[in-house]
Write a protein that binds this ligand. Structure first.
Ligand code: FPP
Ligand code: MG
Length: 303
């Protein structure tokens, strides 16, 4: 079975689980969801190999990922997701939150019928996701330069479910799950740093959401921390005055020019590469070329 076919099978499983919820409104709302790159599924399958059980676990992880993004868009008041109006924008916060709860609970119910270690891995990840999101909200109250806290937040908010996908793959295949957890943790942190960079370097049509939305949402990502440290006092004040507001073209251009002048994008990508290398080291003796390729694609991606 090739990966494209596997992805279609996962989507078909998700559709089936949604139908089993036996509610027309839920089914309707779910037609407005899109599934993005499905990195977690590709990673799980690259470790476990293809099996019906693996495809089902992928479906559960994607449903939980969708649930977390439904909640996240409410929290961030985001109006777009993957190039479309977000569910909260079109159907309101209440529907978005409850749809997230339906997807999350259904996925967990189904997961609980499989090897208990899979459910334990995913539930531990959801605790970390939620803790990470709380920390994200807390850090977004004001501009900051707490790099270590920021990386820990990324590890929880973004890497945790990637860790669970890697761990579930290892459990299904009977491999040493600790090795794959380390791989997933570092891949996930690198993934988030690349995301932070793309928010600055890419345009809205490529991103499927407004460009430079992180700073507007009050998120001091790594590039902004690095930039702040390189600016003089006047420039620092100018940068701070742009925090949490909708930037006009001139203000956005000023930030991008400063980033260019101080080599911030390269520095941030190097930081992502450092985490990617840690991930690579963890799996170097596992003989799995697909995991090397996933790392390379993740660093080089443009959206
Ligand atoms: C996106 O971050 C958000 C996450 C990766 C995780 C969000 C997690 C929760 C809301 C907790 C979920 C809990 C349950 C029970 C499912 P972002 O805002 O930086 O990225 P974005 O630009 O894609 O929105
Ligand atoms: Mg968000």
């Amino acid at each position: 079975m090739n990966i494209a076919f596997a992805i279609e099978r996962i989507k078909a499983h998700i559709k089936q689980y949604i139908t089993e919820c036996k509610n027309e409104q839920v089914t309707q709302l779910c037609t407005h969801l899109s599934y993005g790159k499905m990195l977690r599924s590709k990673l799980l399958l690259a470790i476990s190999g293809m099996s019906e059980e693996a495809l089902r676990v992928c479906a559960f992880i994607e449903m939980i990922q969708s649930a977390s993004l439904l909640h996240d868009d409410v929290i961030d008041e985001a109006m777009t997701r993957r190039g479309k109006d977000s569910i909260n924008a079109t159907f309101g916060n209440k529907n978005a939150i409850m749809l997230g709860d339906v997807l999350y609970s259904k996925a967990f119910y189904e997961l609980s019928t499989l090897d208990v270690r899979l459910a334990q891995s995913v539930s531990a990840a959801v605790v970390r996701l939620s803790v990470g999101e709380i920390e994200d909200v807390s850090l977004s109250q004001s501009f900051h330069t707490h790099k270590e806290r920021y990386i820990r937040m990324c590890a929880d908010k973004t890497a945790a479910l990637i860790v669970a996908a890697a761990e579930c793959g290892a459990i299904l295949k009977g491999l040493n799950k600790h090795i794959y957890r380390i791989y997933g943790e570092n891949l996930g942190i690198a993934f988030q740093i690349v995301d932070d960079v793309l928010d600055i370097t890419q345009d809205a049509s490529t991103l499927g959401k407004p460009a430079m939305s992180d700073f507007k949402e009050g998120k001091t990502t790594l590039p902004y921390m690095y930039l702040y440290e390189c600016l003089d006092a006047n420039e620092q004040a100018q940068l701070l005055s742009y925090f949490g507001i909708s930037l006009n073209a001139e203000q956005a251009m000023w930030i991008r020019l400063q980033m260019q002048k101080h080599n911030i994008i390269t520095r941030s990508i190097n930081e992502a590469k450092m985490y990617a290398n840690k991930a690579r080291e963890a799996i170097q003796n596992e003989g799995n070329d697909k995991l090397q390729a996933i790392l390379a694609q993740m660093i080089e991606r443009t959206f």
